[in-house]
Design a protein around this ligand. Structure first.
Ligand code: AMP
Length: 281
């Protein structure tokens, strides 16, 4: 496994691999790798000849009051995960390398970013879209792997690739969960033991909604109210949103009459958790 920090170098390596007929998969991450990231790498290994993992804590996607410096960093363990999963190349750039020469260009995705996390994290998706576009230009892979855990992010990236004719296939991967259902996240380390127990209520609320929808409930308001109540009963929280949205447009729905997603964002202590599950058809 090779670890590269230089944009020119990694691009040359990936271009050479592609020219020799090899299929290259890219897994973009912010490090602090866990089993969720590992599942993306394994999915890429299964379909591609060579896998590139990028590890970059992108400062431009942290909103006001969010501290990129506090984001967990576990570089040695991350490199061990990459080595153990058979990754060929790790791209590990510095902030200066990624945002050289006072870079001022950024990418705004309309529509999809107006709801859900958008209003709660101003500038977040612009930062994500910008850094992912940069990564796609730096690592010209055949495919890039993203988790459904960050469902709005996945939809934003799919739209961006479509709108900008970026020649890369986006491969969505299912959410990996802890035994109690909590979606794995690098931020879960911020939870105290009691908050960690409480955090199980998020996936329970989602699973309850999936079951109710499966038994024919189509009233979104009722499903949202039930999920909200379940989360609030588990302990002190600040709910940013519990929403049911069209699975493609991310527009809010009132009746479950097409493929939908229940999405939620909840603050427990110092930790902001997001999760989602598909509902209905
Ligand atoms: P992050 O390092 O949190 O920016 O995540 C990097 C990639 O891993 C993103 O595509 C995430 O959606 C994905 N990811 C994070 N957590 C999980 C999880 N629990 N299951 C599946 N994918 C995940």
């Amino acid at each position: 496994m090779e670890v590269l920090a230089d944009i020119g170098e990694i691009r040359q390596r990936v271009l050479a691999l592609r020219e020799s007929g090899r299929r290259v998969g890219l897994v973009p991450t912010m490090g602090a790798l866990h089993a969720g990231h590992r599942s993306l790498i394994e999915a890429a290994k299964a379909r591609c000849d060579d896998v590139v993992v990028s590890i970059f804590v992108n400062p431009t996607q942290f909103g006001p009051g969010e501290d990129a410096d506090r984001y967990p960093r576990t570089m040695d363990a991350d490199l061990a995960v990459c080595r153990n999963t058979g990754v060929e190349l790790v791209f590990l750039p510095s902030v200066e390398e990624m945002y050289a020469n006072g870079a001022t260009t950024s990418l705004r995705i309309g529509g999809l970013t107006e709801g859900l996390c958008g209003p709660h994290r101003p500038g977040h998706f612009e930062g994500v879209a910008t850094v992912v576009t940069k990564l796609f230009n730096i690592v010209p892979a055949d495919e890039a792997y993203f988790g459904e855990k960050d469902y709005q992010q996945l939809k934003v990236i799919q739209r961006m690739v479509r709108d900008f004719h970026i020649p890369i296939d986006i491969i969505p991967c299912p959410t990996v969960r802890e035994p109690d259902g909590l979606a794995m996240s690098s931020r879960n380390v911020y939870l105290s033991p009691s908050e960690r127990v409480q955090a199980g209520s998020l996936s329970q609320a989602l699973r309850h909604a999936v079951a109710r929808a499966g038994h024919g409930e189509t009233d979104c308001r009722r499903l949202i109210d039930e999920a909200t109540r379940h989360i609030e009963q588990a302990g002190p929280v600040r709910i940013d949103y519990v929403s049911i949205v069209n699975a493609e447009s991310l527009e809010p729905m009132s009746v479950l009459d097409r493929p939908a997603r229940m999405c939620l964002a909840v603050r427990i202590g110092a930790c902001r958790l997001i999760d989602n599950m598909p509902l209905g058809a």
